[in-house]
Design a protein around this ligand. Structure first.
Ligand code: ROI
Length: 163
């Protein structure tokens, strides 16, 4: 088993509900165990501003799946929740599941780059990740807190847990 961190994001069709459904689907993945997940966080869209706010979270999963097997499984969950791949780059989406970290592996393949290539600069990834793994060390040996120090919390809103 390896510890994997997955970023979740949505800004269409009841984003918080999309993330809750996705967490249930992650918990049901074969050869895997959902360890914990962060709170949900709302933020303004990065990229084209003429789209709804996003809701984001990060989940920790222990898995015996290989990286590309996990990627296939995540893309199936995205599709089951109505994801349509559009031509527009950085457009709105019902569900985005990104493999952020896969153990301490560095993966550079056509379909998969790990660590996820923009994560070090995205507050909506780093702060949820820090909530569930504050002592994390990146594959390059740098602690997560170094990345946080360079990435302001500004604009993130931690959402209350549902009653
Ligand atoms: N912006 C925010 N705030 N959250 C996201 O998950 C997100 N995902 C994306 C783009 C369109 C880059 N912007 C985002 O893919």
């Amino acid at each position: 088993m390896e510890r994997v961190y997955i970023g979740l994001g949505s800004n269409l069709a009841e984003p918080a509900e999309q993330l809750r459904r996705a967490l249930t689907a992650l918990a049901a993945l074969p050869a895997s165990q959902l360890v914990r997940h962060s709170s949900l966080y709302a933020s303004a869209p990065l990229g084209p501003p003429d789209q709804p706010r996003y809701v984001n979270a990060v989940a920790a999963l222990d898995t015996g799946l290989a990286p590309l097997e996990l990627l296939d499984a995540l893309q199936r969950i995205e599709q089951e929740q109505g994801r349509q791949r559009k031509a527009e780059r950085w457009g709105p989406r019902t569900l985005d599941l990104d493999i952020l970290l896969f153990g301490s592996r560095i993966i550079d393949e056509p379909r998969l780059t790990v660590p996820h290539y923009h994560m070090h600069a995205r507050a909506f990834v780093l702060y949820p990740l820090a909530e569930i793994a504050e002592d994390l060390v990146m594959p390059d040996g740098r602690p997560l807190v170094d990345w946080l120090a360079a990435c302001p919390f500004a604009g993130l809103e931690r959402l209350p847990a549902p009653a």
